[in-house]
Design a protein around this ligand. Structure first.
Ligand code: NI
Length: 171
């Protein structure tokens, strides 16, 4: 396994709509080592999600995990590591929650972002099968953030109030 280089804001790969992945390629195991590398990279940078464009791959893939330490720090539910391909989301209900968000492609910064409280994700799972899950709270936030990456959006685009943007480490 290896730690991948993370694209930072300003790199055009973060602003493109990424391409769908071929289901046959998933079933043939062509993404197995990439998934391992993306999960290792996410761990190395202490993230809870990582999308293809963030590792310079304009493909609709993202990985996620909320390990115990991150869950305790943010007072949210743990979430096991996983991957989705070609995912889209739609809101379930009207409710939105505003909470703090950061991004490995926008290092050292964070800001308050409103997100749908509950979303329905449709995509392809690690075996190449169609998957549909309804998630809420922090997991729903991660999915919205990562799917946004595969659409060429970053969380800054979703911030209605840039005065909440700031460095996470104040010297
Ligand atoms: Ni991000």
């Amino acid at each position: 396994m290896s730690i991948l280089k993370v694209a930072r804001l300003g790199h055009p790969v973060l602003r493109e709509r990424a391409a769908d992945v071929e289901i046959g390629d998933i079933r043939a195991g062509k993404f197995r080592s990439l998934i391992d590398d993306m999960i290792e990279t996410m761990h190395a940078y202490d993230g809870v999600g990582l999308a293809g464009p963030q590792v310079h791959l304009p493909l609709r893939i993202f990985v996620f995990e909320v390990p115990e330490r991150a869950a305790k720090r943010r007072n949210v539910q743990q979430l096991g590591a996983g991957v989705f391909f070609n995912a889209t989301y739609e809101p379930v209900g009207e409710a939105k929650i505003t909470d703090w968000e950061g991004c490995l492609s926008v290092p050292f910064l964070g800001g308050e972002v409103p997100r749908h409280r509950k979303v329905r994700l449709k995509g392809i799972d690690h075996e190449g099968n169609e998957a549909e899950v309804v998630m809420e709270g922090f997991a729903a936030r991660i999915f919205q953030h990562e799917i946004d990456h595969t659409d060429g959006h970053v969380y800054l685009d979703r911030m209605p109030d840039l005065t909440t943007l700031g460095y996470t480490i104040i010297l």
